[in-house]
Design a protein around this ligand. Structure first.
Ligand code: ADP
Ligand code: MG
Length: 352
């Protein structure tokens, strides 16, 4: 692990910095290197990187044409997911649900299974992750950058809660005309997972996907061991507080530096406490979650940020959701769940 020469890849919107093998720097789309190809694009309101090994499952060298066709298929998968989940695309089921008054829709399988997953995580996190928070989250839109009145926040909170939706088989009915779904805290994790499911059926031996602060890996990276992922310093866009090593599954990061606006010196970020309707103030600046399932990693990073360290550790001990996490607190302290070993996380400075 120690023979990596850190070569950093980050884009402004990324919470996570990827560090890969020492011999190859990250290249732009179409640029060549010996071990893999990177494909970078923008979808689902975020920067996406696919890193595909040139090596095929049978040891052969894969052609650029083949790798490009795999990347194109990934782009199609993302566009399908976006078409279902986006709260902004007028063609999506979620848009139809959110904008209608007394809506009843027949949802496609993707949406039904996503709602089931989201609801399970909502329940297991005691509502800290809540996909029905749309009426509240839209009040805190960093693009509008206006602090809503307390009355508006409390009024919007009345329209949240899973009891506002009735789901029978594939029919979804909205029981409260003002309830809105917001999959912002789970969509990229779902997408990362769908991409990996597809990629594992291709001839590509190993690789990774990165969507915003969500990273997933597939296959085994033979010579260089684990993937090394830098966890951003909340106070310093170019710095890291440490590195996580990923062999399998997903890492998602939520932080208060990700999407926010400031009014009169107060920072209003985009992760909302479903109890208060205000940006969560749990003593956590960021949390990186490792889980074997992409949706869980993503939704949990949001939930643990809301819960704070103590309650997150209680959730961990309950054991209904399998995850590991690295927290950075308001004081800059790094706290890890008991299952985070030295092989999984290396704070900066420790062995430098
Ligand atoms: P990012 O989208 O920046 O990767 P997260 O994964 O933490 O960060 O998701 C934050 C998004 O999730 C918000 O922009 C909002 O759309 C939605 N959200 C905010 N608070 C909650 C919450 N408590 N539960 C579920 N979704 C939330
Ligand atoms: Mg998340």
């Amino acid at each position: 692990m120690k023979n990596y020469i850190p070569r950093r890849f980050f884009s402004a919107a990324l919470a996570v910095i990827l560090l890969m093998s020492s011999v190859i720097s990250l290249s732009g789309c179409g640029k060549k290197n010996e071990e893999y190809r990177d494909f970078n694009f923008f979808a689902m309101d975020t920067y996406i990187t696919l890193r595909l090994a040139v090596k095929g499952s049978d040891g052969s060298v894969l052609s650029d044409d083949y790798l490009s066709s795999v990347a194109n298929e990934c782009a199609d998968i993302l566009s399908d997911i976006e078409g279902t989940l986006s709260a902004h695309s007028e063609k999506s089921d979620v848009y139809a649900l959110n904008s209608g008054v007394d809506v009843m829709i027949t949802a496609d399988d993707t949406l039904v299974s996503l709602l089931e997953t989201a609801d399970k995580i909502r329940e297991l996190t005691g509502g800290a992750y809540d996909y029905t928070l749309g009426a509240v989250t839209e009040l805190w839109d960093p693009k509008t950058a206006v602090v809503p009145s307390k009355a508006d926040v409390l009024a919007a909170l009345e329209h949240t809660g899973s009891d506002k939706l009735m789901i029978i088989n594939r029919t979804i009915r909205k029981l409260d005309s003002k309830t809105k779904i917001d999959f912002g805290g789970i969509g990229k994790g779902i997408a990362a997972q769908s991409l990996l499911e597809y990629l594992s059926t291709t001839d590509v031996e190993y690789g990774l996907v990165s969507l915003g602060g969500n990273i997933g890996v597939f296959g085994e990276k033979p010579e260089y061991g684990n993937y090394k992922i830098g966890i951003r310093d909340p106070d310093n866009a170019g710095g890291v507080i440490g590195y996580m090593y990923l062999n399998s599954g997903f890492i998602s990061v939520s932080g208060d530096y990700e999407r926010y606006f400031e009014v009169d010196g107060v920072r209003y970020h985009h992760i909302i406490d479903p109890v208060t309707g205000y940006p969560a103030d749990s003593g956590v600046r960021s949390v990186a979650v490792h889980a074997l399932n992409g949706a869980s990693a993503d939704a949990l990073s949001t939930a643990l940020f809301v819960l704070g360290v103590e309650k997150s550790l209680e959730l961990y001990e309950e054991g209904n959701l399998k995850f590991e996490a690295v927290f950075v607190t308001d004081e800059g302290e790094i706290i890890t769940t008991p299952g985070i070993t030295e092989e999984m996380f290396e704070p900066v400075g420790k062995n430098d």
